[in-house]
Ligand binder design. Structure first.
Ligand code: APR
Length: 239
């Protein structure tokens, strides 16, 4: 059984990382969509860096850890014999910390910086500013940006995502509001006989195309559902 998982901010909510659209969706009076664009970075790099610096610092706090949903996905992958791909829209690193292996962070990673001149990606834990020197070429200043995908930019791994969607036997969407494309459209790329499961506190615009919708918190419902899958596999003799 080929398994494809898509996660969004809802899976990390119980790890203490605020989602984008559940509260008022504002950061210091700015809509996220206004801060997370290449145009915003050009016009006001200071502001954009400030936004991501705050989020990076938050992620580095001791208490921000993977929750039971991240951990259950990593465990499931370990025991799964066929294809397993975990696509995440989250820029936090919690799936990696939990031990997931085949992870595709389609919107990039907050704990990485990218040089806008060379496209080189480097692990990054510090604040960035418009004059941060590139550690490899210290005379080059201000070329580093957070390695996250902004509105209007192409997410990573689209070919791989499309292929995995077309071959999926089971598609599991967890904690995503299904309003940001192309991620929101992945479910529609899966075959009609693919078992499509949505786990979310609330209904989404895509809920209608799922085979089963599970309403509840990710930390409870994800481990529960994955246990159910394993039991089903045992009963049917499949891995
Ligand atoms: N368990 C399950 N679902 C939850 C939980 C929880 N504990 N908490 C919140 N949710 C659900 C909400 O009901 C909502 O549908 O998670 C979803 C969070 O939605 P968004 O904040 O819109 O996050 P996401 O779908 O990941 O956003 C997509 O938008 O701003 C961009 O690039 C950013 O990757 C992000 C993209």
């Amino acid at each position: 059984m080929k398994v494809l998982v898509l996660t969004g901010a809802g899976i990390s909510a119980e790890s203490g990382i605020p989602t984008f659209r559940d509260a008022d969706g504002l950061w210091e009076g700015h809509r996220v969509e206004e801060v997370a664009t290449p145009a915003a970075f050009q016009q006001n790099p200071q502001l954009v860096h400030k936004f991501y610096n705050a989020r990076r610092r938050h992620l580095l706090q001791e208490h921000v850890r993977p929750n039971a949903a991240h951990i259950a996905l990593a465990e499931y992958e370990k025991n799964h014999d066929d294809d397993f791909l975990l696509i995440t829209q989250n820029v936090d690193n919690l799936h990696f910390v939990a031990g997931s292996q085949n992870v595709l962070p389609m919107h990039g990673q907050l704990m990485e910086a990218r040089c806008t001149e060379t496209d080189r990606v480097i692990p990054w834990r510090e604040d960035l500013t418009p004059s941060t020197p590139d550690p490899e070429t210290p005379s080059r200043r201000g070329s580093l940006r957070p390695n996250v995908v902004w509105f209007g930019e192409m997410p990573h791994g689209m070919d791989e995502i499309q292929m995995a969607a077309q071959n999926a036997d089971l598609f599991l969407a967890i904690g995503t509001s299904a309003v940001v494309y192309p991620a929101a459209g992945i479910v529609q790329e899966t075959p009609v006989n693919c078992r499509r499961i949505e786990i979310n506190l609330n209904a989404t615009p895509q809920s209608g195309v799922f085979t089963e919708t599970i309403r509840g918190s990710a930390s409870i419902e994800v481990p529960k559902f994955l246990k159910r899958l394993q039991l089903e596999a045992k009963t049917s003799g499949e891995a």
